[in-house]
Design a protein around this ligand. Structure first.
Ligand SMILES: Nc1ncnc2c1ncn2[C@@H]1O[C@H](COP(=O)(O)OP(=O)(O)OP(=O)(O)O)[C@@H](O)[C@H]1O
Length: 263
């Protein structure tokens, strides 16, 4: 059984087919990348798995069960955590607080047990702390733990965003353009984190990424999309040399050049 499976998924926005009959499986323990030119449907696929969107047809299975009946706020409870392209952190809270907030979406205590601070709540609290401390250690965030997000460099915020998702201790981590806006050195760090998330933490990773160098260096398998359709699926090498993929990227470049020339 695959960890995640999309079966013939189609998404429409009015007359536009943003995702067109897409099927793929993500196996436990792999790093799987979604690539494709702008507007290919990558973010829409992420938003489907997060349950922000519901497909017009098809099914999405996590650990063999359909998640289409699961509300977006219950998705982390299944073991799926995500980062966002435009970092979504509490700007005026510390790194530690942001990571703890991530954990608390997992909290199973009731309002009454919280108020009474029962042994169950104390146990949960300790468990949350331990999980967060582990992530801080893992991502080398120790120097920033008490710092407010608002004062941190962009590259560190990206790492905190990843930490917030990891603090949930997910089975599947969705990384939405983890290298966007980062320098070459910072992107190399992301490659190391992704490798360690897979090898040391044993977490399966599904990522959307434009940086093909990063994609080739960390991904086990890649799915290329264009105009909502599947173009190719396979190892990074197989996908990069696929004629349909090359064509889609060249087509996209031509379009960008035409748009630039028209301005
Ligand atoms: N909420 C929405 N309402 C209407 N159209 C949408 C919506 N979200 C996405 N689209 C359209 O669906 C198509 C796929 O968009 P999507 O954002 O999934 O592409 P993408 O591959 O993630 O692109 P990028 O790399 O630029 O982020 C695009 O044509 C986009 O304009």
């Amino acid at each position: 059984m695959s960890l995640l499976e999309l079966r013939n998924v189609t998404v429409r926005f009015g007359g536009l087919v943003a995702v067109n009959d897409v099927s793929f499986n993500v196996e436990e323990g792999e790093v799987f990348a979604l690539v494709g030119p702008n507007g290919a449907g990558k973010s829409t696929v992420f938003n489907l798995i997060s349950r922000f969107y519901t497909p017009a047809s098809g099914d999405i299975l996590f650990e063999g069960k359909s998640i289409l009946g699961t509300a977006p706020h219950d998705i982390p409870d299944l073991g799926i955590a995500r980062t966002f392209q435009n970092i979504e952190l509490f700007e005026h809270s510390s790194v530690l607080q942001n990571l703890l907030v991530g954990r608390h979406t997992h909290c199973r205590s009731s309002f009454l047990s919280d108020m009474l601070f029962t042994p169950f709540v104390r146990d949960q609290e300790r468990h949350h702390r331990e999980a967060v401390e582990h992530v801080i250690e893992f991502l080398d965030l120790q120097p920033y733990r008490e710092k407010l997000i608002a004062g941190l460099p962009y590259g560190v915020r990206k790492v905190v965003e990843m930490g917030r998702a990891l603090a949930i201790q997910p089975k599947l981590l969705l990384l939405d353009e983890p290298a966007s806006g980062l320098s070459v050195e910072e992107t190399q760090d992301v490659a190391f984190w992704v490798e360690d998330i897979k090898k040391v933490m044993g977490i399966t990773v599904l990522m959307v990424e434009h940086d093909m160098h990063l994609v080739s260096s960390v991904s086990d398998r890649v799915l290329a999309l264009a105009d909502g359709k599947m173009l190719a699926i396979g190892t990074p090498k197989e996908v990069q040399s696929d004629p349909a993929v090359i064509e889609a990227y060249i087509g996209a470049d031509d379009l960008t050049e035409q748009e630039e020339a028209a301005q």
